[in-house]
Design a protein around this ligand. Structure first.
Ligand SMILES: Cc1ncc(COP(=O)(O)O)c(C=O)c1O
Length: 442
């Protein structure tokens, strides 16, 4: 029995505490090393073939990174987990490892900008076609599935309109639609040989996460034998939503956000079956190199210790702010899944244990009113990103979504007056007072 066999609260609080057998330190050591000393040539030869036999080179395997993978796998209810340098690196590595020319991707129409660009533009250059649609339209989703659909990707709740997608419904549709049954999902031939660290070999081992049954990526390339479902669970974290339990194959995180929690380290994480994660490591990470810094993995493990408590606090403040703004005469509309008026409220109740720390709202005075508010807030900080101790406000139309053509922006609900609000860990009363005082100027 290890710490990862306990309940989620214990796993998060104790992750990494069993690693240091040399000195029994309670904190996990930060293994800032690029390489590892071999006892002899045959030991080195084995480690270079697979992390199962030992660490060889940190791009592929590192004890601090491995521990973060194990912890996140346990929290998401998955067999294995793999950290990356950023969330964007996690998504792009997954896509390049699992897709090949001729494959088809179905993606929700509201995903993080880099995710959308990857599927709409970058992968199109290499013969991967993508269909974008609103995943709350189940008929449209069903109709979009093709025999060569390899990947179905979505986030929930979606930035910035807080659309909530029914995870179990999507997983069920993908499963029912069948799809290609061959093993092409794991990429082209010969892609698995990394010059720096050795060639093919057994593809399991400590490098990619927790214990459990080990299967081949090809065989378990998706719940229907061919199509792999991926949920970006960044906004919820496993303490609010556990997509794997709802039928999803891979859970992705930008750990830059709530997992880190302090706004001081970037990271990404994928969790899934041993076979899929090993394939993504062996075909993708090993050759593409978007590896997490062990120092950042240490910070993520530290973040996990308080994740549950922080999420409770973020969610509580978000609910209070949403209710306050919802009744305010200068506010046109509030988007928060916790409000009964939100279109995704019933779905959110089904699959979320709380409603998250993010909300968006529109002022009656549109863009000018929004600028006045954001330029005058004293405590809420004007900055992008989310999931930190600071409450953050930003203006999607001019900041995070400036490059989206106006028509497309409006179609996805991003009006010029929309403001995104990421609740921090300050006193809710102080934040409400900041809002109240500043709204008087609008
Ligand atoms: C939902 C979501 N997914 C993925 C990403 C990309 O993560 P990163 O910035 O860590 O590359 C972000 C970044 O904001 C995000 O909000």
């Amino acid at each position: 029995m290890t710490v990862y066999d306990y309940s989620m609260s214990t796993v998060a609080a104790r992750a990494g505490t069993e690693v240091d057998t040399a000195y029994n330190s309670m904190g996990i050591p930060i293994y800032m090393t690029n390489n590892y000393l071999f006892d002899n040539v045959s030991g080195g030869a084995e480690a270079c073939r697979s992390p199962e036999f030992g660490d060889c080179y940190t791009r592929v395997s590192n004890p601090t990174n491995n521990e973060l993978g194990k912890a996140m796998a346990s929290l998401e209810g998955c067999e294995a987990g793999l950290p990356f340098a950023t969330g964007a690196a996690a998504t792009s590595t997954l896509a390049l490892a699992l897709l090949k020319s001729g494959d088809h991707v179905v993606c929700d129409d509201t995903t993080y900008s880099a995710t959308n660009y990857l599927f709409s533009t970058l992968l199109a250059k290499y013969g991967v076609e993508a269909t974008f649609l609103d995943f709350t339209d189940y008929e449209a989703l069903r109709a979009a599935m093709r025999p060569n659909t390899r990947l179905v990707f979505f986030e929930t709740p979606c930035n910035p309109t807080m659309k909530v997608i029914d995870i179990a419904e999507v997983a069920g549709i993908v499963k029912a639609c069948g799809g290609a049954k061959d093993s092409g999902a794991t990429g082209g031939d010969g892609a698995k040989d990394s010059g720096a660290t050795g060639g093919d070999g057994a593809k399991d081992g400590g490098a990619t996460g927790s214990d459990g049954a080990k299967d081949s990526g090809a065989e378990d390339s998706g719940s229907n034998g061919g199509t792999i479902t991926v949920v970006d669970n960044t906004f919820s974290t496993p303490f609010i939503t556990r997509p794997k339990e709802l039928g999803i194959d891979i859970v992705m995180h930008s750990s830059t956000k709530y997992i880190c929690g302090h706004g001081d380290a970037m990271g990404g994480i994928l969790t899934g079956s041993r076979g899929l994660i090993d394939t993504i490591m062996d075909v993708g990470l090993k050759n593409l190199g978007g590896t997490a810094s062990p120092f950042n993995s240490f910070l993520m493990l530290r973040g996990l210790k308080t994740l549950e408590l922080r999420m409770e606090r973020h969610c509580k403040m978000a609910m209070a702010v949403a209710k306050y703004l919802d009744g305010h005469p200068k506010i046109e509309r509030v988007y928060y899944p916790g409000l009964a008026s939100h279109p995704g409220h019933e779905t959110a109740k089904k699959q979320m244990s709380a409603f998250g720390g993010l909300l968006t709202f529109e002022l009656k005075g549109g863009m000018n009113a929004g600028v006045t508010l954001m330029d005058n807030l004293k405590l809420c900080a004007l900055a992008v990103s989310l999931g930190e101790a600071n409450t953050l406000v930003q203006h999607p139309a001019s900041m995070t979504h400036w490059y989206v053509p106006e028509e497309a922006r409006r179609a996805s609900g991003i009006t010029d007056g929309l403001i995104r609000f990421s609740t921090g860990l300050e006193s809710t009363d102080d934040i409400l007072t900041d809002l109240e005082e500043t709204l008087k100027l609008v």
